[in-house]
Design a binder for this molecule. Structure first.
Ligand SMILES: Cc1cc2nc3c(=O)[nH]c(=O)nc-3n(C[C@H](O)[C@H](O)[C@H](O)COP(=O)(O)O)c2cc1C
Length: 497
């Protein structure tokens, strides 16, 4: 890092939004009715299967988009206005774009009203204007069904949200490391989207298996610059779609992100290497999650301490609206129940095509506990199924945590640092290269859930970058052979005080 000649060319900083200037924008309603669903109840998202129709109306769709990727606040500094969004994102560069593929959706569902909401089509979510731009008219859901090898959640979903990653928008700062950020930054958005779907009583699932070219062509993406990363079918409809209209390239102009874009071919190479070319390849990658071999606990274990009452009840919308990455932790302690609630809510399972049975996972959690009442400081392994923390080595590791988290102060000051590590070898053996995308995305979702569970308890959180091999070495021999995937720090905010 220190020998790298890379510097930030501020004059060439990319625009934070994708804008199709030749398409009219249809503004979305913003006067949402609050779901009232407590965030700590919505975060776990069990992924219930619906058997009755559950079709979002336009207002609910707008609500889902706003609380997943909408602009929730802005800040002006040195004449630059930054528009912060509902979900955390590396460098606040917001390279993940959202698209909506839907059948006809109803409008208001007030008693007696059945006004028309949104016509079947393919839309881009214009974050800047909080609106939709129609890229294609008609019902294209069957294209998604074919691209996902007949995924039943997609087939029965009235709406699917497609998330893409725009390379240059993040690579301006992070160069080819951006490829990992696609998974993380998409993951934090999905943590919000899953919680909001739960709060609005709509089934939702994360789908990572699809024939890449079919989805990219549907959105008419210039794949040198932007690629589809994940799909989220939302809602349920008994009927399934019929043949889609024909598609041809759209060749729509977009407002340039920068004067000049730098290409980092390693990212495209990585993406191509994990691309799927046929429905049978997609089907082969579904479920059958490899079971993780967890060595029996050798050290002292402490069970999570889950409170049965006085659980904070702030709604998921309130929590998302006040979330922000903590810029300075207070070094004060948090309680074991606060940590327990955060870990429990984040790890109750993600409904995803690569995770079967529900509750299985690709990432393991390792912790550095700096200051948690009732838990001696030290390095821990989280026994997911047993909901218990095993002490791997006791000690004050604040300085070490600071070093591991890319020599930043945040992980040293946090009450606890949660590291995500995965056995990539085993994962790639099962899923092929596509498993790499799934692992990064899962870590981003888990991290996003931790963010929400912390803010629901009026604690702070921040995603962090780290020194990969040093993290693995620190948690070894337990973590030997695994790869460091992601890191989230939790604790009280010094600035709030
Ligand atoms: C995956 C991920 C990694 C991050 N890494 C760092 C980091 O290393 N250092 C840091 O100060 N902030 C980090 N952040 C926080 C972002 O800078 C922050 O999310 C972004 O500026 C947007 O602000 P907000 O989260 O307050 O909305 C990270 C966030 C995410 C999601």
């Amino acid at each position: 890092m220190r020998t790298s000649p890379h510097f930030l060319d501020w004059e060439n900083k990319p625009l934070l939004f994708k804008i199709y200037p030749t398409l009219e924008v249809m503004r979305l309603p913003k006067d949402f009715r609050e779901t009232g669903r407590a965030a700590l109840d919505a975060i776990p998202t069990p992924g219930a299967q619906a058997s009755n129709d559950a079709i979002p109306n336009l207002e609910t769709l707008a609500q889902l988009l706003f609380f997943s990727a909408g602009v929730v606040r802005s800040k002006r500094q040195d004449h630059i206005e930054t528009f912060f969004r509902a979900a955390a994102c590396t460098g606040a560069l917001y390279e993940i774009e959202l698209y909506v593929i839907c059948t006809d959706l109803p409008g208001e569902t007030l008693p007696g009203a059945n006004s028309f909401g949104l016509a079947a089509g393919v839309y881009h979510f214009g974050v800047a204007e909080f609106g939709l731009r129609q890229l294609r008219a008609g019902d294209f859901r069957q294209t998604l069904v074919e691209a996902t090898g007949g995924d039943p959640s997609i087939a029965h979903a009235p709406v699917t949200i497609i998330c893409t990653g725009a390379y240059w928008r993040n690579a301006w700062k992070y160069r080819s490391r951006t490829y990992r950020h696609f998974g993380w930054d998409n993951g934090t958005i999905l943590a919000n989207l899953l919680a909001m779907s739960e709060a609005t009583k709509l089934p939702a699932k994360v789908v990572t298996g699809f024939v890449d070219s079919q989805i990219n062509e549907l959105l008419s993406l210039d794949t040198k610059r932007e690629v589809a990363f994940s799909l989220v079918p939302i809602g349920y409809q008994q009927s399934t779609p019929s043949d889609p209209p024909k598609t041809s390239p759209l060749n729509l102009p977009i407002v340039p992100y920068s004067t000049e874009e730098v290409d980092y071919p390693a990212m495209r190479k990585m993406h191509e290497a994990s691309s799927l070319e046929s429905a049978s390849e997609v089907a082969a990658g579904r479920g059958k999650t490899p079971s993780l071999v967890v060595p029996p606990a050798k050290g002292t274990t402490t069970s999570l301490l889950l409170p049965s009452d006085s659980i904070p009840q702030d709604s998921i919308e309130k929590v998302i609206a006040r979330r922000g990455s903590t810029r300075q932790f207070s070094r004060e302690s948090i309680t074991l129940s606060q940590l327990s609630l955060a870990l429990d809510r984040a790890t109750r399972g993600i409904p995803a095509d690569f995770l079967d049975p529900i509750g299985s996972h690709l990432n393991d959690l390792y912790l550095i506990v700096n200051n948690v009442d009732g838990l001696p400081p030290g390095a821990y392994f989280y026994h997911w199924e047993k909901k218990a923390l095993e002490l791997l080595k006791p000690g004050d590791f604040r300085d070490r945590a600071g070093f591991l988290g890319l020599e930043q102060q945040l992980p040293a000051d946090a009450a606890v640092d949660v590291f995500f590590l995965a056995d990539l070898k085993k994962i790639l053996e099962r899923y092929g290269n596509r498993g790499y995308r799934a692992t990064q995305l899962e870590a981003g979702i888990l991290g996003g859930k931790l963010y929400l569970a912390a803010y629901a308890q009026r604690l702070g959180a921040s995603g962090l970058t780290f020194y990969d091999d040093d993290v693995v070495n620190f948690f070894s021999p337990h973590a030997r052979g695994k790869s460091a995937i992601f890191l989230v720090a939790l604790g009280g905010s010094a600035l709030r005080k």
